[in-house]
Design a protein around this ligand. Sequence first.
Ligand SMILES: [Zn+2]
Length: 705
Amino acid sequence: MIDMDTHLNLSVENIANPLLQTWTTPYALPPFGEFSAADFQPAFTVALQAHDDELVAIALNPIAATFDNTIVAFDKSGRLLNRIEALFENLTASETSAALQAVERDMSAPLAAHGNAVYMNASLFKRIDDLYQQRSGLGLNTEQARLLERIHLDFLRAGAQLSVAAQARYGKIMEQLAELTTRFTQNLLAVEAAYELRLGPGDLAGLPDAVIASARQAAQERGAEEGYVITLSRSLIVPFLTFSDRRDLREQAFKAWTQRGSRSPEVETNTNTSANNSSSGETDNLLVAVEIMKLRLEQAQLHGFDNYSDYALADMMAGTRQAVDDLLMRLWTPAKLKAAAECVALKTIAGDDHIEDIAAWDWRYYAEKVRAARYDLRDAEIKPYFPLHRMVEAIFDCAQRLFNIRFTEQPDIKSYHPDVKTYEVHDTDNKLIGIFLHDNFARATKRGGAWMSVYRSQSRIDGEVIPIVVNNNNFAKGEPTLLSFDDARTLFHEFGHGLHGLLSNVHYERLAGTRVLRDFVELPSQLFEHWLSEPEVLKRFARHYQTHQPIPDELIAKLKQARTFNQGFENVEFVASALLDMALHSRRNMDGLDLNEFETEQLTRLGMPKEIVMRHRFAHFQHLFSSSSYASGYYVYLWAAVLDADGFEAFTEAGDPFDPVIAKRLLKYIYASGNTRPPMEAYRAFRGKEPTVTAMLRKKGLLED
Ligand SMILES: [Zn+2]
C-alpha cells in the first residue's frame, strides 16, 4: 500500500482540508463522510499546483533526459490530482448534489486547461521526443518501450507539436469542449431527475407486480404519499413500455424518453418539471451538441485531418472509417431484414387489438407478446430466478473459477452511500490485489446507465498500488431486487470491466487496466457476459428467490432459444446510432448543422424502419457528448463483439467454459496485461489466431446458414 501524500506546503485553511491529507482510511479509500463539496475547489487548486511543480522539475531537470528521470517521473506525477479528480468524477456520476454540480461547472474549464498545459509543455515534450527518437538504443524492455511510445503519442494527439498560436487556440477549444460536455450531461440529468409519469391505480393494466413495486418505490423516493411514478431510468421505462396495456401512456412515456434532452414542443409534460437547470447556458442539448461538433472539427483540422472521425480512428484498433463502415454495413442489411420479419409477427398479434401499424411505442409491448407466445417465455417468469444477490454470487464465482480470485465483503467499511458494498479481492496466495465497490441501485443523484470506473489504478512504480474499482448499475431496488435477463447481463458486463481493472498486473499506471484503446476496452466486459448463459452457472445461481429451486432446464432451454429473438430490432437500434455517429463525425463542415434534420436525412438514406428509433438520439447520446471518449466510437461495442464472440469460442472448442489452460491465457494476455502490448497482438496471443466476424453474426442470429 502506498502513501499518496506528496510533500506539500499547505496554507492554514488547507491543512484542515480532508482531501489534501494523507488518507489513513482502510486501503487509503477516500475519507467518505469527512469532506464536503466545498473542499474540492481549494483541494483542486493545491493539487493542480503540485502537479505543475512536479512537471517543472521533470522538464527543467539539468540532467539529460533518461527513461527514469522523464518517462517514469511523468507516469508518477499528478498522483494527488488524480486521486482528487477520480473521487470528484465518481461522486458527480454516482452521488451528485447541487453543490458538487456547481463545483463541476466551475472546475471543468481549469481542469481542462491544466490537461492541455501538461501536454503542451514544450520543454517536457522535447525530452520525451528526444527519448522517443533514440528509443531503440535505450535498452528498454517491452513494457517500457510501450510506455514511451504511448506517452509520446498522447502528447502528439494532444497537440504537443502544434505551433504556439495553434496551441493557444487548441487549448481554448479543449476548455470549451469540457464546459459543453459538462453542460450536456447536467442538462440531461436535470431532465431525467425532473420527469415523472404519474400513474394512479387505474393506470397499471398489464404491469407485472415487480414493475408496480418499482414504480411505487420511485413515487416514494419522490415524496409521493400514494400512486406510482415512471421515470426515464431505463430500468423502469423499458419494463413499462414492454408491459403496459395502455397504448396512450406508452406513447406519452416513449416520446418523453426518446426526446429527452431536446426542448421539442412535442414533449408531453406529465412532469412537475421546472426542468430549468440551475446552470447558466443552453438547456437544449441539440444546440450544445452542434457547438461541440464545431469545436471537434476545428480540433481535428488543427491536427491536419479534414474530419473528426479520421483523427479519432487514428488511435483505435479499427484504424480507418472504412474498416468501421464495413463492419457496420455487414450487420445493417441482415439486421433490417430480420427486423422486417419481426415486425410482421408483431402486426399479427397487434391485429387482435385492432392495431394495424406498429408504432415505435408498440414494438417492445408486442415483441413481449410474441416472445411469450413463441417461446412461452415471460419476463415475469424469468425474474424470480434472478435475484440480484444470487447474480452477484455468480459473478464472483465465475471470477474465482477462471482467475483464482476471491471477493470478501467488508460491511464495516464506509463508502459514499449506504447501498454501496465494499469487497476485498484476494488472489490464490491470499494476497490483497484490489478493492471492489458495488453500487447497484438507481437513485435521483446518480446518472443513468451502467459503468465501471476507478478511484485508483493499479501500478507498481511507487511500490505496490492496488486498484480501487467501482461498478455502477441502475437497477430498480426491490425486496428482493429481481433482475431481468438483460439486467443480469449488464451486471456481468460491468463486472467484466471491473475485472479488467482489478486483475491489472502492470508496472506503469499509464498502461494499467482499462487504459487501452477504446475498441478493445469492451472486450473484457462483453466476453464476461458469456458466462451468464452457461447452463452450469445458471443451474447453480439462478435460483427462485422464494423456493430457492434452481431454474428449470426447460426455462434455460427457452432462454437459449429466445437468444436471437428481437435481434433485428436490437441491432437496427444499435447500428443506426453507430452509423449516425460515424456520419456526423465524418462531416467536413458543420455550418448550418441542424441535428434533427441531419438525423432524418441520414435515417432516410439508410432506410431506417419507421417502427424503430435509434437507441440513442443525439440530444441524449451521452457516449458522444458527455465527453469525447466515444465520439466517432459508438461502434466499439460491435468491434469488441467480434472479438468476444470469437474469443469465447476458444472455451467452446475446448468443451469447458472454465478450461484452465485457456483461462490462464485469457488472464495473462487480456485481463491482466492492460495496455502493455498492441491489442491485436494481445488477442492473437490469447486466441492463437486472428478473429473472424462469423461467431458474432451467428450469435446474433444474423448469419444465413
Ligand atoms: Zn462496457
